[in-house]
Design a protein around this ligand. Structure first.
Ligand code: ADP
Ligand code: MG
Length: 245
């Protein structure tokens, strides 16, 4: 297998007595969608936060394209090529769609990205191209508050796209979407993967089985299985612990 784009090695995190991550090691390889599934409270968002840099692990490391990025801040990781979306939307509701796409604020704990000396025109073109990709070019001047929930989720992906990332970290992109919205998002993620591999936290198992090349199952902070969709579907431990069969 080719070298992973993203790798965690032994990530561990405690909240008091609770072990939210227990030595989690996983890889995200070029071109793949690796889904992370598990019951509520399993530690999926905690893991994404440690990869993105919002939460410091007690132990372990994060590697992007072979480089240890564990010491880097969230904005530095974003600049290095990690694009994250959140389980709960972090958009600036009163600002327009284009303003949100331009700021790309989500990966920086609410603080806007500096423009890193890039000409604003280039960023604007990039933001507009990203809006076109997600089908929101016609809403560029619309305030986010006027968008549907599904459109907001797509806008978050446009913001991630403006980073031209090396890897996407998506925390429940289907959350709150109806069946049409979920299908729309599934179709979009199938095209997004050609841009960069995706670590996908998702509860919608139809979407997971449709999209994922590999699935890891997290239970009580621990990866209890990693495999292809067929392997995970057939795994008796997974069926009992998570799929409830
Ligand atoms: P998931 O995303 O899989 O539903 P989370 O990563 O959000 O799970 O949470 C994992 C566990 O860690 C939960 O029991 C949650 O209550 C706990 N937890 C998450 N963040 C914190 C925090 N900042 N402080 C204390 N406990 C937390
Ligand atoms: Mg979560």
């Amino acid at each position: 297998m080719s070298d992973p784009v993203l790798e965690t090695r032994g990530l561990s995190k405690r909240f008091g007595a609770l072990e939210a991550s227990k030595s989690v090691s996983l890889t995200l390889c070029p071109g793949e969608i690796h889904a992370l599934i598990g019951p509520n409270g399993a530690g999926k968002s905690t893991l994404i936060a440690q990869i993105a840099g919002a939460l410091k692990p007690d132990n372990g490391s994060v590697h992007l394209c072979g480089e240890d990025i564990t010491h880097l801040s969230t904005p530095a990781r974003a600049r290095a090529g990690l694009a994250r979306t959140f389980q709960v939307s972090q958009l600036a509701m009163q600002d327009t769609v284009l303003q949100n796409a331009l700021l790309g604020a989500t990966a920086t704990n609410g603080r806007p990205f500096r423009l890193w000396g890039r000409p604003v025109d280039t960023l604007r073109q990039r933001a507009q191209a990203a809006l076109t990709r997600v089908g929101l070019a016609g809403q560029a001047a619309t305030p986010v508050s006027a968008l549907s929930h599904g459109q907001r989720r797509l806008l978050e992906l446009a913001i991630a796209l403006t980073l031209e990332p090396k890897a996407f970290l998506l925390d429940e992109p289907m959350a709150g979407l109806g069946s049409e919205g979920s299908q729309n998002m599934t179709d979009f993620l199938a095209t997004l993967r050609t841009q960069a591999p995706i670590l996908l936290v998702e509860h919608d198992m139809d979407a997971v089985f449709a999209l994922a090349d590999r699935i890891s199952v997290l239970v009580y902070g621990e990866v209890i299985a990693t495999g292809t969709t067929d392997e995970i579907r057939a795994n008796p431990v997974v069926r009992e612990a998570y799929l409830g069969q």
